[in-house]
Design a binder for this molecule. Structure first.
Ligand SMILES: Nc1nc2c(ncn2[C@@H]2O[C@H](COP(=O)(O)OP(=O)(O)OP(=O)(O)O)[C@@H](O)[C@H]2O)c(=O)[nH]1
Ligand SMILES: [Mg+2]
Length: 359
């Protein structure tokens, strides 16, 4: 399962966000007390429609694992073991304090989201730079002993990374070639990870639906690659999480909102961070699965079960809207909207896939 690390300065609202995200309806918590690891379901209207068609015994939404981190990410990035754990995350959600609250002191004195974002980004880039430099040093030594084309390629990729970091450009914004990406992936650089900024607003701003967009524009975050901005009000959402559906709807209407900001946040941490869903359908189960954009049918099979991957023969693929229009897989096949694809087929968001496999 994909893991998102919730990071930020101390007292920014990380734990508040973690708790409300993982308490979304139907979600379950795993070892929350100790590890602060929890699972949130990804709301998905497409799966809801497929469910209306199949009336399955079981519905399984895609899920994302959130990991709450304690205290300041600046401290974490500087401490070996905790930094290593953070490097395992697939993406980071940086909770940025935008709420005013006299009883909760800000570690830098006053509330300034843009400054906090810049400080944290800088720290993460310095941490990456240290990794790059250490590896380059090692490579230089090895290359002096012996010429090696693959190490030379790695060195070139790392040199590009170094250049970018020295110019304070996060690695996620560099246009690396596929090969460079492959060479760099193993280093699990912080600044290469997709970044979701979560603006934690004051209660009085909870109804400002344009808050995230306005801030993104002001802070120059809009055009950045693999970067998304969303806003919540931790306090309002925490209250919402305690209510039943009817109460929640009324409460949201009071703020002029249609859905909980956490639902939006979970969806955006999913979509905007380069993740897609494919579906499997049937009378026993309709289910959404998570993939990274660009993953193949064979990798998709592996998400379900290693046996399906090993015995992969063909994938039957149909867009979910074509399946809904056809009314059944058999009819979709008749209409020619169901395709047979091989193991290298790149799965697209919203496709329904049925795997034919042996064994
Ligand atoms: N007014 C207001 N207070 C908030 C909001 N979000 C969080 N708080 C308060 O801020 C304090 C810190 O919130 P936490 O969620 O514990 O913050 P954290 O980032 O996990 O803190 P550390 O893990 O200690 O770094 C708590 O007292 C929260 O009640 C908000 O949106 N509005
Ligand atoms: Mg906390």
């Amino acid at each position: 399962m994909l893991k998102i690390g919730i990071v930020g300065l101390s007292q920014a609202g990380k734990t508040t966000l973690f708790e409300i995200a993982t308490r979304l309806r139907g979600s379950k918590l795993t070892g929350r007390a100790e590890a602060h690891v929890g699972v949130a379901h990804v709301p998905d209207a497409r799966l809801d429609r497929l469910t209306e068609m199949y009336h399955p015994v079981k519905i399984v939404y895609a899920s994302i694992e959130y990991v709450d981190t304690p205290g300041s990410v600046i401290e974490l990035a500087r401490s070996g073991a905790q930094a290593a754990a953070l490097r395992e995350m697939d993406a980071l959600a940086h909770v940025v304090r935008a709420f005013e609250e006299a009883t909760v002191p800000h570690e830098s004195g006053d509330v300034d989201p843009q400054r906090d974002i810049e400080n944290v980004e800088l720290e993460l880039m310095l941490s990456d730079l240290a990794v790059v430099e250490k590896r380059l040093e090692r490579l230089e030594k090895d290359l002096k002993k012996q010429k090696n084309p693959s190490l030379e390629k790695e060195r070139a990729a790392l040199e590009r990374a170094r250049q970018s970091l020295e110019q304070q450009q996060p690695l996620r914004e560099v246009q690396f070639s596929a090969e460079e990406e492959r060479l760099l992936r193993g280093f699990t650089f912080f600044s290469l990870k997709p970044m979701l900024y979560v603006l934690n607003l004051s209660e009085k701003d909870a109804g400002r639906t344009g808050a995230a967009d306005d801030f993104a524009r002001q802070a120059g975050l809009r055009q950045r690659s693999r970067t998304a901005v969303t806003a919540i009000s931790g306090k309002v959402e925490a209250e919402l999480a305690e209510m039943n559906d009817a109460e929640a709807a009324e409460f949201l209407a009071g703020y002029g909102l249609e859905e909980s900001a956490v639902a939006r946040l979970v969806r955006s941490s999913y979509g905007l961070l380069g993740l897609i869903s494919f579906f499997t359908v049937g009378e026993d189960e309709c289910r959404a699965w998570t993939l990274r954009e660009g993953m193949t049918a064979l990798q998709a099979a592996g998400e379900i079960h290693s046996d399906i991957q090993k015995g992969f023969i063909r994938a039957e693929v149909v867009r979910h809207e074509d399946l809904i229009a056809a009314g059944s897989l058999a009819e979709a096949r008749n209409r020619g909207s169901l395709r047979l694809e091989g193991k290298d087929y790149v799965v697209s968001d919203g496709e329904v896939v049925h795997f034919r496999h042996s064994g």
